[in-house]
Design a protein around this ligand. Structure first.
Ligand code: FES
Ligand code: FES
Length: 159
């Protein structure tokens, strides 16, 4: 079926098969390879996207459900000059990235949290990451990176 939506700030109209997941559609039809296929059953968060600003698992939606919505993937998250954002820099600098498989979802989870709660404490950050599994880092550095970004943004830093 023909659907129209916004992908990383660009309007798009395209034929979408009615019976594939939004995860598969984004990866295989639209080249959004930051959206990872980890479990395909809604448990790992590797397929996270922002749908109208809300963090969702794209493996749990069908492609036609994108119609009329605004989708952001990691490909749409960058500083104005095209480089890494402050949050992405903190993930790198604070050692929050190891194999990298979970990181697109973690960055989107962090941005979704900071948009809703600009000054989260560590417990709130941990809660916000509850749906995103990381098998490498132990989460401490990921929480550190989000907390440091929140502090900087609160003090007037920018992406
Ligand atoms: S691939 Fe969607 S939650 Fe794991
Ligand atoms: S960095 Fe490897 S799964 Fe998180």
């Amino acid at each position: 079926m023909r659907i129209s939506f916004t992908l990383n700030h660009k309007p798009i109209t395209i034929d979408a098969p009615p019976d594939i997941s939004l995860l598969t559609f984004l990866r295989e039809h639209l080249g959004m390879i930051s959206v990872k296929d980890g479990c395909d059953v809604g448990e790992c968060g590797a397929c996270s996207i922002l749908l109208d600003g809300m963090l969702v698992n794209s493996c749990q939606l069908l492609a036609p459900q994108a119609d009329g919505r605004e989708i952001i993937t990691l490909e749409g998250i960058h500083a104005p000059d095209g480089g890494p954002t402050d949050l992405q820099r903190h993930f790198i600098d604070d050692g929050a990235v190891q194999c990298g498989f979970c990181i697109p979802g973690m960055i989107l989870a962090g941005e979704a949290l900071l948009a809703q709660n600009p000054t989260p404490d560590r417990a709130e950050i941990t809660d916000a990451l509850a749906g995103n599994l990381c098998r490498c880092t132990g989460y401490i550095q990921i929480v550190d990176a989000i907390a440091a970004t929140a502090r900087e943004r609160h003090q007037g830093g920018s992406a």
